[in-house]
Design a protein around this ligand. Structure first.
Ligand code: S3P
Length: 448
């Protein structure tokens, strides 16, 4: 159910036939890396500086929670963020509930961090976050001695009591989730001894990369069927300067917009190219997309490059299952690309999409059908029959269900429809991509 204040704030917007998108552009900082940069800076001793932090409401929820537990976090006049860390194990008891808004990453990673501190906290979130499963993190964290009292179905709001000293944990992942892996590693920071996670399916490794950068003793060992990641606590983290790459998950919306709107050519600068995040670009290229990675370089432990994307005729594709984790957030916009491709696109094994900010399989299927796309759901898979590059009908209203990526996906779809598509609420886009709609408009030659 929507809360009354959310209904008042809902901001409907229409997206219609577009002129070519052209130019050189930067998208906001990576959401996953921004959360981690704040959390590790808050746990370090000394003052860290973060450039390019995503100033979206998800990341600001993490900042507010860390401030409520003692970290000093301010935005400097030059736009960089300055964090005075409390030192490992020194988070303070928050005085009131920690509101995580729409952000699953804030909720789950902070639950991990808190679990090995002797403090209690109540964690709340918006209607979307309050529908999402938390047992996947509570289960392993109970085994280090943390206690949880959650709402029915293991959901928010919940109250937790952390523990210190906590017992080191050895955990085998049962769901491919970087949030669960990261929650355990963050708990391990303040647990004496070695905390270990076994990951059969590789997921984004920003936590591992950044923990090493901040000086943690973290090891990754390959084993048949996956990898063990171990962290030795109690870790002493040292303050760092971090430059956050542009978010590939945000770049994805502009890239697909350029691919489907005839005559477009965009350069998207400084985009994170971590191989565990770039599945969408790999797949689009296999579909015939003209995407170049220019000026590839390393930036503070993460690979980045400029993406050069030109309008392309796309062909339908079978999604290789091993690519799914590296494009897990990109399926809504991938479905839009497939809806304009020539021929059939099929994907299976997408169950995790049902527990994101919305049920992204059902919500995308409903929305694509409403604008004239052809999509069938089968179990946790979909088949999409593309338009062969022809515009779709459009002319429909889309319910975005408090999901930023649904809202942005249909904004992009509208650019290649005969009649405008109205997205019921663009407000959630501010969680990850403030200024998205304005940017989309400014990239169209001559505007609308
Ligand atoms: C994230 C992990 C993914 C992803 C989310 C961000 C992270 O979630 O969907 O947007 O920063 O660790 P899961 O761990 O639930 O797959």
């Amino acid at each position: 159910m929507l809360r009354p204040d959310r209904i008042e704030q809902a901001r409907a917007e229409a997206f219609g036939p577009a002129a070519p998108l052209r130019g050189s552009v930067r998208v906001p900082g990576d959401k996953s890396i921004s959360h981690r940069a704040l959390m590790l800076s808050a746990m370090a001793s000394g003052t860290s500086r973060i450039e390019g932090l995503l100033e979206g409401s998800d990341v600001l929820a993490t900042a507010a929670a860390l401030r409520a537990m003692g970290a000093g976090i301010e935005r400097g006049s030059d736009g960089a963020w300055v964090v005075d860390g409390v030192g490992t194990g020194s988070l303070l008891q928050p005085e009131s509930a920690l509101d995580m808004g729409n952000s699953g990453t804030s909720a789950r990673l902070l639950m991990g961090l808190l679990a090995s501190h002797p403090i209690s906290a109540t964690i709340t979130g918006d209607a979307s976050l309050s529908r999402r499963p938390m047992e996947r993190v509570m289960g392993p964290l109970r085994r280090i001695g943390a206690e949880f009292s959650a709402s029915p179905g293991g959901r928010l709001p919940l109250t937790m009591r952390g523990i210190s000293p906590a017992a080191p944990l050895e955990h085998r992942m049962t769901v491919a989730s970087a949030q669960v892996k990261s929650a355990i590693l963050l708990a391990g920071l303040n647990i004496a001894g070695v905390t270990r996670v076994f990951e059969p399916v590789p997921t984004r490794d920003h936590s591992e990369r950044m923990l090493k950068r901040f000086g943690a003793d973290l090891r990754v060992e390959q084993e048949a069927g996956g990898e063990w990641i171990s962290i030795r606590g109690e870790a002493e983290l040292r303050a760092q300067n971090v430059r956050v790459p542009a978010d590939p998950s945000s770049a994805a919306f502009l890239a697909v917009a350029a691919l489907v709107v005839p005559g477009s050519e965009l350069r998207i600068k400084g985009v994170g190219m971590n191989p565990r995040r770039t599945g969408l670009f790999t797949l689009l290229r296999a579909m015939g997309a003209d995407i170049d990675f220019a000026d590839a370089r390393d930036q503070d432990g993460e690979p980045v490059a400029d993406l050069v994307v030109r309008h392309s005729a796309l062909k339908g594709v079978e999604v290789p299952p091993e690519l799914i984790p590296s494009m897990i957030d990109e399926f809504p916009i991938f479905f839009v690309a497939a809806a304009f491709a020539d021929g059939e696109t099929r994907a299976e094994g997408l169950g995790e999409l049902r527990v994101k900010e919305s049920d992204r399989i059902a919500v995308m299927a409903e929305g694509l059908r409403a604008i004239g796309g052809r999509i069938e759901e089968h179990g946790d898979g979909v088949t999409i029959r593309g338009s062969g590059g022809e515009p779709l009908a459009g002319g429909a209203g889309i319910a975005s269900h408090l999901d930023h990526r649904i809202a942005m996906s249909f904004a992009v779809a509208g650019l290649n429809c005969r009649e405008a598509v109205e997205v019921d609420d663009m407000e959630p886009v501010s969680t990850s991509f403030p200024g998205f709609a304005e940017l989309l408009l400014s990239l169209q030659e001559g505007g609308r």
